[in-house]
Design a protein around this ligand. Structure first.
Ligand code: GLU
Length: 501
């Protein structure tokens, strides 16, 4: 067998997700077991959502967990660069080959055309969303129109008949009728590739031998295999890992659980415990041990033992495991070091001292007032959240929109936090007192405390968001349907009920 080369291809479009670490962990185990190499490739094909700070967040979080890579961004070698935005010429070249061989075609349909076609076909319950009408355009004419500057995308010409047979190393054979597979867009009208084309081109060019990723990508494989075939390249072996789930069985989402690795770091979890926990989600060791290090996992790693069924990301279990690491592996001196490296140091004490200076009578007043910055596991009575004259339901909706607004916030400082809260409060037509009441309780676990905006800024975005989410759940949460409606109102900026109601 040629040298084993595996990769993760995270998209830098948000906070560093625990799912990225989970997949990285198994790629590393696989690479080490086979004496191969593990690489990180940044999938920034979505130019509008990708940001350098998200890339940094992902790489920093992987490092924090001890998940290191052999090849990746900034490390140039024969297979790089490792950011897809820096590799466009490879995708253009592949698209050109696919057009020439007739495996792809230009599509000139406007977005209005496409929407109409999609709705018509959905009504008729036809499998594909696009009817492939531009396939019929003569290639020469299509070339001329493109040359003349007419806007177009490049689509994969998926066969109308037959089945795709994927041999998944975890799940066995997966058969998908091609008639259910859309003529995937490969190149967008801006000349950038979509994930599918970039992924296949890079997996080939970077000599990836095994693709180990979440099972949510299974539905993409028919398109990928067609591309390998059309480009006359050897496809890699596929391992589609179980999904991480919310406790209610839905796919793990930040709506229901903190998903950012940074949250776990800041909430006081040990990296080795989180890593171990992620390992348990997809694998059982031959001896059945639940507590294991990365080295131990690698020492007897057996890909055949990878799970096929999805796993619940149960935070209570993670807490229990984290407790075992603290009890079993640390000396008091180690614990002290961990605490100071974590948040119990001047990075927290200094801004809090500044905030508390005019608000204390004795030094002893300090710790009780700032305890909320370190303690995570407090619960407050649900009624404490609800401002007078408001219902729990209104409060939940209010907090949810604060969460959305916070997500959009790039700069996290007092001024921005304040502006955001004031903006949302105004949209709801609430008084500022009504807005700060539930936030105090969510953030500090009590109705009064140090100034709110500073406190939220010091606590940080990840912890603040997680606490507000916890408050929402405690208040009875919000149904999916209501959430969708609320999101529409949020996006259109029409939150406040009409004046008469
Ligand atoms: N960019 C994709 C992701 O965000 C990569 C999927 C793959 O591994 O092919 O997970």
């Amino acid at each position: 067998m040629s040298e084993v080369r595996v990769r993760i291809a995270p998209s830098p479009t948000g906070d560093p997700h625990v799912g990225t670490a989970y997949i990285a962990l198994f790629n590393i185990a696989f690479a080490r077991k086979h004496g191969g190499r593990f690489l990180v490739r940044i999938d920034d094909t979505d130019q509008t959502r990708s940001r350098p700070e998200y890339e940094k967040g992902i790489l920093d979080s992987l490092n924090w967990l001890g998940l290191t890579w052999d090849e990746g961004p900034g490390m140039d070698n024969d297979w790089g660069p490792f950011r897809q935005s820096e590799r466009t010429e490879h995708y253009r070249e592949a698209a050109k080959r696919l057009l020439e061989s007739g495996h792809a075609y230009r599509c000139f349909c406007s977005s209005e055309d496409l929407e109409r076609i999609r709705i018509e076909r959905a009504q008729m319950k036809l499998g594909r969303g696009y009817d492939g009408r531009c396939r019929k355009i003569d290639p020469e004419e299509s070339g001329r129109r493109a040359e003349a500057g007419e806007a177009h995308v490049v689509r994969l010409a998926v066969p109308q008949e037959g089945d795709c047979r994927l041999q998944d190393e975890i799940r066995g054979e997966i058969v998908t009728p091609f008639k259910e597979v859309d003529d995937q867009i490969l190149m967008k009208s801006d000349g950038f590739p979509t994930y599918h084309l970039a992924n296949v081109v890079d997996d080939h060019r970077m000599r990836i031998t095994h693709v180990i990723r979440g099972r949510e990508w299974i539905s993409s494989v028919p398109k990928h295999l067609l591309l390998y075939q059309a480009l006359e390249w050897e496809p890699p072996c596929f391992y589609h890992m179980p999904l991480l789930l919310n406790p209610d069985g839905t796919k793990l989402s930040k709506r229901k659980n903190p998903t950012s690795i940074r949250y776990y770091q800041q909430a006081g979890y040990l990296p080795e415990a989180l890593l171990n926990f992620l390992g348990m989600m997809g694998y059982s060791r031959p001896g059945g041990e639940e507590k294991f290090s990365l080295e131990e996992l690698i020492s007897d790693f057996e890909p055949k033992r990878l799970h096929s069924s999805d796993a619940v990301f149960d935070i209570q279990k993670l807490r229990w495991l984290n407790g075992r690491y603290l009890r079993e592996d640390l000396t008091p001196e180690d614990l002290y070091q961990r605490l100071t490296n974590w948040r119990m140091n001047e990075s927290l004490w200094k801004p809090m001292a500044e905030l508390m200076l005019t608000r204390m009578e004795t030094l002893g007043d300090f710790v009780p007032s700032v305890a909320f910055t370190l303690a995570d596991d407090f619960e407050s009575p649900a009624e404490d959240f609800v401002p007078k004259k408001r219902t729990p339901e209104e409060t939940v909706q209010f907090l949810q929109t604060i969460l959305w607004a916070f997500e959009e916030d790039d700069a996290w400082d007092k001024e921005n936090v304040q502006k955001t809260i004031e903006r949302v409060t105004e949209l709801w037509n609430w008084k500022i007192r009504e807005a700060t009441a539930p936030l105090f309780v969510a953030i500090m676990g009590k109705k009064v405390g140090p100034p709110l905006y500073d406190s939220i800024a010091i606590l940080g975005k990840d912890l603040s968001r997680a606490r507000i989410l916890k408050g929402i759940v405690q208040l009875g949460d919000i149904s999916k349907k209501k959430l969708r409606k609320l999101e529409k109102r949020w996006k259109s900026g029409t939150l406040a009920p009409p004046a008469s109601s």
